[in-house]
Ligand binder design. Structure first.
Ligand code: ZN
Length: 411
C-alpha cells in the first residue's frame, strides 16, 4: 500500500503542472488568430494555413513533452496498483455492485456532492445521464438491474435538486467555520433545526455555542465589533445565549464559569482542555457535518469512501485466501459470510456479530439470534432443535421457557 501511496503522490505532483495547459492554450490561440486572419481576408486562406503548420506542430510537440512526465508517473502508479491488487477475479455474488453502473454512478455522484466538489459533480452527472439516456432499455433485466434502473430518477434529482442545495449549504457553513472562525451561521442552522437535533439526542447547538464562548474569551470579535476584553465579551455571551441551555447543560455551563476564576493562568487550571484544545474546531466541524448528514438521513462518512477503504484493507487478505484455496483445491461456499476474518478498524464495524453458543455458527438474517426469557441468547435454528416447539430447558441455566416467548434480536 505504501508504494501505491508514494506513486499516487508523485503522480499528483506531476499532473499538477500547469505548463501543459499553457501549451494547449498557446495552440488554441494560434488557431484562433489564423481564423481571424482568414475571416478578415478570405484570399489569404492558403498562405495562413501554410504558415500555421510549423508553429502548430511545435506546440503539439511541446504539449506531448509536458505530458511525458505525467504519462510515466501514471505508468508507475498503474504498475504499483497492479502489483498490490493482482489481476485475479474475486468470487462474485448476485449483488455484485460493479456490474450495476447506475448504482455505482449514484454513489460516486453523492460522494462528490458531499465532499463539496460541485462542479465535478455537475459534469459527472450530466455525462452519466447522457449515457443512461442513450442506452436502450433491456427487456431481459435481472432483479438487480431493475433496482438499478429505479435509481435513475435519483441521479436526475441530484443534478438540480434539494440534496445538492443542502450540501451546498453544509459546505458554506463549514467554510465559514473553518476558514473564518465564524460559528454564527452554523449556530443559526442548529437553532432552526433544534427539534430534530433534540430528538436525535444531539449536543450540537451547545457544542457550537460553547466554542463561540471560548473563541470570544480568547479575544474573538463578533461582527468585528469588540466592546471590552475577551472575558467580558464571553460573559455577555453567556448572559445572552446560555439561559436556554440551563436545563440540559448546567454542569458544563458551571465549568465554563468556573474557568473565569482561573483566567490569568488557564494553562495550569483544570479547564485547560476546554480552552486550549487545538482540536476543538476540527471536532466541532466533524460533529456539525455528522449531524447535518444525519438530518438528511445520510451517514456521516461517505459510504463510497468507507466501502473503498474497507475494500482496500480487505483485498490483500482475500487474494491470499484465494491462492491458498486454489492450492488446496477448496472452494468458498459460504453465501453471506466471509471465510476468514477481515480485521477492519473499529470505526468501520457497523454491525455486531453473534455466534450461537450451541451450534457455534454465526447468525444470519435467516437464522437470527433469539432472546430466551431467562436472558440467554441462541440462534433460531438451535432454539427450534432444542425446544421442538414445546417447553424446554435453557442450555445455560436451569430455567424453563416456552419457545414462543423467545424474541428475535436485531444486531
Ligand atoms: Zn438461560
Amino acid at each position: 500500500m505504501d508504494q501505491v501511496q508514494k506513486e499516487h503522490q508523485r503522480l499528483w505532483k506531476r499532473a499538477q503542472s500547469s505548463k501543459c495547459i499553457n501549451d494547449v492554450q498557446a495552440t488554441i490561440d494560434l488557431l484562433l488568430e489564423a481564423r481571424r486572419t482568414i475571416v478578415d481576408d478570405p484570399s489569404s486562406a492558403s498562405i495562413t494555413l501554410a504558415k500555421l503548420q510549423n508553429p502548430v506542430k511545435a506546440s503539439f510537440e511541446a504539449t506531448n513533452n509536458d505530458l511525458k512526465e505525467a504519462y510515466s508517473g501514471l505508468n508507475k502508479y498503474t504498475k504499483a496498483l497492479d502489483k498490490l491488487f493482482k489481476d485475479k477475479p474475486l468470487p462474485t455474488t448476485e449483488y455484485d455492485s460493479l456490474s450495476q453502473p447506475v448504482l455505482v454512478n449514484r454513489a460516486v455522484a453523492m460522494h462528490l456532492l458531499r465532499e463539496g466538489e460541485f462542479s465535478t459533480a455537475d459534469t459527472f452527472l450530466s455525462e452519466v445521464s447522457r449515457i443512461h439516456m442513450s442506452s436502450e432499455p433491456d427487456t431481459t433485466m435481472s432483479q438487480a438491474e431493475k433496482q438499478a434502473t429505479e435509481a435513475m430518477p435519483d441521479i436526475e434529482a441530484m443534478q438540480s435538486g434539494e440534496i445538492r442545495n443542502q450540501f451546498l449549504l453544509m459546505h458554506e457553513l463549514l467554510y465559514e467555520m473553518t476558514e473564518h472562525q465564524n460559528l454564527l451561521p452554523a449556530i443559526e442552522w442548529a437553532r432552526n433545526n433544534r427539534e430534530a437535533l433534540y430528538v436525535r439526542g444531539s449536543n450540537l447547538e451547545f457544542e457550537l455555542c460553547q466554542l463561540q464562548f471560548v473563541w470570544l474569551f480568547h479575544g474573538g470579535k463578533e461582527n468585528n465589533v469588540s466592546v471590552g476584553s475577551g472575558r467580558l465579551m464571553a460573559l455577555e455571551y453567556v448572559k445572552r445565549e446560555f439561559p436556554r441551555f440551563q436545563g440540559r447543560y448546567l454542569p458544563e455551563i458551571q465549568r465554563l464559569m468556573g474557568a473565569m476564576a482561573f483566567a490569568p493562568n488557564l494553562e495550569d487550571s483544570p479547564y485547560n482542555s476546554i480552552f486550549n484544545n487545538p482540536n476543538s474546531w476540527e471536532r466541532v466541524a466533524t460533529s456539525f457535518k455528522g449531524e447535518f448528514c444525519a438530518l438528511l438521513s445520510l451517514a456521516a462518512e461517505s459510504p463510497l469512501y468507507v466501502a473503498a477503504t474497507a475494500g482496500a484493507i480487505a483485498l490483500p487478505t482475500l487474494l491470499k485466501l484465494q491462492t491458498i484455496m486454489k492450492e488446496k483445491r477448496t472452494e468458498w461456499t459460504s453465501q453471506n459470510e466471509l471465510p476468514v476474518e477481515i480485521p477492519l478498524p473499529r470505526s468501520y464495524q457497523y454491525h455486531s456479530i453473534f455466534v450461537c453458543p450451541v451450534s457455534k455458527e454465526q447468525t444470519t438474517d435467516e437464522n437470527p439470534p433469539m432472546l430466551i426469557p431467562c436472558g440467554h441468547v441462541i440462534a433460531q435454528q438451535s432454539l427450534a432443535r432444542i425446544s421442538k416447539g414445546v417447553k424446554f430447558k435453557c442450555p445455560y441455566c436451569p430455567s424453563e421457557s416456552n419457545a414462543k416467548d423467545a424474541r428475535k434480536l436485531l444486531l
